[in-house]
Design a protein around this ligand. Sequence first.
Ligand code: BMA
Length: 873
Amino acid sequence: MTLSTEAGTGSDTGPVSRTGTPTGTPTGTAASTPPAVRHDLGGEWQLTWLAGPDGTPAAIRDAALPAQVPGEVHTALLAARHLADPDVGLGETAQDWVGRSQWSYRRSFHFTPVPGTRTDLVADGLDTIAEVYVNGRHVGAARDQHLAYRWPVDDALEPGDNTVEVRFASAWDAALAHERAHGPLPSPYDEPYAHIRKTAANFGWDWGPHYVTAGIWRPIRLETYAGRIDHIRPLVTLAADHRSAEVTAHIRAEAPSGTSVLVELTGPDGRSAGNATGQVTGDETVLTLTVTDPELWWPVGLGGQPLYRLTARLDAADGTALDKTAVRLGMRSVAVDETPDALGTRWALVVNGRTVRVRGYNWIPDDTLPSRETPQRVAARIDQAVAGNANLLRVWGGGHFADQHFLDACDERGLLVWHDFLFACAAYCEDEETAALVTAEAEQAVARMSPHPSLVVWCGGNETVLGRHHWGWEDQIGERGWGAHYYLNVLPDVLARLDPTRPYVPNSPWSGALDADPATDTHGLSHLWDAWNEADYAHYRDHDPSFVAEMGWCGPAAWTTLERVLEGETPGPSSPLTRHHLRAIDGMHKLTRGLQPHVPAPAEGADWHFATQLVQARAVAAGVEWLRSRERCAGAVVWQLNDCWPAISWSAVDVAGIEKPLWYALRHSFAPRLATVQPVSPGPAHDPTGTAGLALTLVNDSVADWTPEVSVVRTSLDGQELARTRLEVSCPASGLLTLPLDPATAAPADPHAELLVVDTDGARTTWAYRPSRGLASPPPARTVTTSYADGALALTVTAESVLRDVCVFPDRLAAALGLPPHTLTSDTSLVTLLPGESHSFHITTRDGSALQGAEIPEPTLRLAVRSAEELTM
Ligand code: BMA
């Protein structure tokens, strides 16, 4: 078995074809060395069931099905209608046999030998335990979903017709066998996911189902070559004065002696920024270029994202161009500031010498079935992160490594990426085979991702050190290794060899040392889960951490997304299928407890759905704004941006791509320039209502000073203005400014009947002195009118009483417009209106097609436009 990195990622067509079919005459003449040719084996394969549990449907046992590659068994079964959509109803249970079965993928292809070359079979990803055959001859074996594999196949190939077959064992069986051999490992889920190198969440998580996949999930091809470039690993070192940058290109190639390699760097303007040539020697050839006056790559909001292009070409001694590939890269530096402070130790990202206050989301696999995570879908999700004012995504360790499309999209948008290595929430065995796989995975991933400027942090894993400290693992682990060897030795060693330019943190959360309790706020990285798990969201204010890598609150997917899978049940606590799609531990209880201080818990249906979505939005926004108002806190990364199935989960965007109210709330709370009202006496004995006094904090993450117009108005809930102040303030670039609010304006005469409204440069924030259910709000009264202009539908809401957090649900309007629910979006949501005020919500299609002037029936409008007051009537 040869483990190898993915083949060149370049998209250059250049003088060398990367996708030609090696069936005709070699491209080179007899006298010259032929260039490398890559023959894609993707497309339709034949899938057959080999063996499996008793419950396997009879129709599957003898069938040969078409299966798309890249893809997985589940998608082939769905396409052939041998499987009902497992997201619907209890479909998850009915697909269990798929992951417990063994499968064969087979196809034929034509091959013409090319003199002077060798041929490899290259699989960028096999899921997971596979034996590979060419013409019935065993050519290789795969043991790790996260690895690319390369096997020489010359001895197995025949001139003319050939077949390739990949036989997959059940990943479940393989994991259980490892568990039997090495002993069980502690984890919060009763599944053996830590016993196999495969997407952990595939075995179910607290936001996703158990769809244990198998298949050829990444491209597969033949490579025929005399010489080839395996990959380029460029490392960029920016001089402290930013006047120059050094690009060290490590080129891994296999080539005949006498082959030279040429690298050429092209600037963002398309002009050459330097080149260098060397002889291919050993495993790796290193060529260094110096760029003067580099154009710096910046995180979104702090500057542009110019991208350079590095091309590498192999030239044979006879002058033939043997292979060529290219990557894009950016000129930037990154470091972590871990200086001690009054409470402990800071943890702040520093890009190009500037501290970046992080507003981020955690990223999970965007679908349970990875082939459905198309580049377009992932780019749309990344656009939602950026449009939602996030500047970082953390790719969480229970999923899979980001692919090039993901990283390209982040590079282009300036969205920072923090990438976990693939460990989550469990003890991991340190046996020899696992250690070898983990090392190879890290080597490949680091080399493959090294060009991308958006990638700024490597992290050893998720909550494994936390688990060791707090989840009672001692009894089960005994003297055995539990993974620390990976986080402290293996991964740092790989990074020291392959990428010393990026910071590494051994785990998240992390307090600076293995022995230090990671569950404290004093040092490094925190995960804030007590508010959701144990208390009300006001308790986010008990914390003063230096960087929060996780915090979140559950809420349901869009109504229509759930409706599709609930088989007619009404969403709510007494619907078994609602509970089936809610995987959070004790989730229904926590959802209900979360509502209680704020709104009377509605029993079922539309009110329950709206209330839980609203409280999710308010909870996380409250936590994020609190953290952003703290001088100490250099980051808030919310759990979680996306979903992998129709869920009641922590996500801001559901699996259909529909923004939940949380997304709109965070677009406001993550705004680079934010005005937020906070109580002046937070901390364990804090006063959540703020009657002890309020302060206004301006947060300015932008590169220019901010001098907003601020008006602070205290109003009675029936709309009478009780006090008003105008503030003239200036908040410096990358700064915070906290102003205690004058009690004459901000202290309520009757906390049950008043509201503080702060308008700052057109953005509104409100402070209620009591939770919604404790407010004496008049019954909500409004008019809603609809009109169409420029292909958009405007819903104009005019408040006759105070309406807080008016939400619009475009998916509820879609049926009236004859469109699928996820195709519509609203420019705004969660808007607070005082009596007499109006706001127009603009509904448009995501693809830009014009909306026709259909009438929206009144009952539809009632469900599509809601305000908080409706819940407390
Ligand atoms: C975090 C994550 C996930 C989990 C989430 C919600 O700690 O690391 O493992 O899904 O909490 O419980």
